[in-house]
Design a protein around this ligand. Structure first.
Ligand code: ZN
Length: 201
């Protein structure tokens, strides 16, 4: 029996996975991004690395069959299933400054960086220690000159990405708070954890 947990719109949640556990991240309504960061549960100095993952996977578009690697060049997760197939690993989590610099927004605006920080603070992780997130369902397009545009996600209600933990992990997920990344509306994200089936080994 697997429990489905909902991350309400513009919030986040942190939790632990054991090696072999399978994490399913679902977009219940469609067109909603979830930023995901990973830390080695035994040593938070080891964390997900965009640079290492793009390098070792030899692609800037990671999907089923690809691995997410750490800053210490070790596999943290395998992407085992991806019903939508479009994720981003180039852009940093949206932050209060994102809205000030890119959208001239002033005042408080919820953000992924804020939600990652808040949920990881109890584990002693500081905001400056938060790496570039794997941006599930995020639709970042680029042309031949390298010009980037953020388009609405192509995910539809019920799309999911399934990850297998390659080591014991601390995970933090968000329901992203950036208007442009989510087609202009904010929706929840859901996840569930399936423990490794020891009998299968
Ligand atoms: Zn965001």
């Amino acid at each position: 029996m697997t429990e489905t947990i909902t991350i309400e719109k513009q919030t986040g949640k942190a939790f632990y996975l054991k090696q072999g556990d399978v994490l399913t991240v679902t977009d219940p309504q469609g067109m909603q991004v979830s930023d995901m960061v990973l830390f080695n549960a035994a040593d938070f100095g080891e964390k997900i690395s965009s640079g290492k993952s793009l390098d070792f996977e030899e692609s800037i578009l990671l999907t089923a069959g690809n691995f997410l690697w750490s800053n210490r060049s070790r596999k943290m997760m395998e992407i085992v299933e991806d019903t939508n197939g479009r994720n981003d690993f180039l852009l940093a989590p949206c932050s209060k400054e994102t809205f000030e610099i890119m959208y001239s927004y002033s005042g408080y605006h919820p953000s992924c960086l804020d939600n990652l920080s808040k949920n990881l603070a109890p584990m002693g992780i500081r905001q400056d220690d938060i790496p570039t997130a794997f941006n599930i369902f995020m639709n970042v397009q680029f042309d031949e000159q390298g010009k980037i545009s953020v388009l609405p996600p192509t995910s539809v209600a019920g799309d999911f990405v399934r990850f297998r933990a390659e080591m014991d992990l601390l995970v933090c997920l968000t329901a992203c708070s950036a208007e442009d990344s989510n087609g202009g509306t904010f929706k929840p994200i859901q996840y569930s954890i399936t423990p490794e089936d020891k009998s299968a080994n």
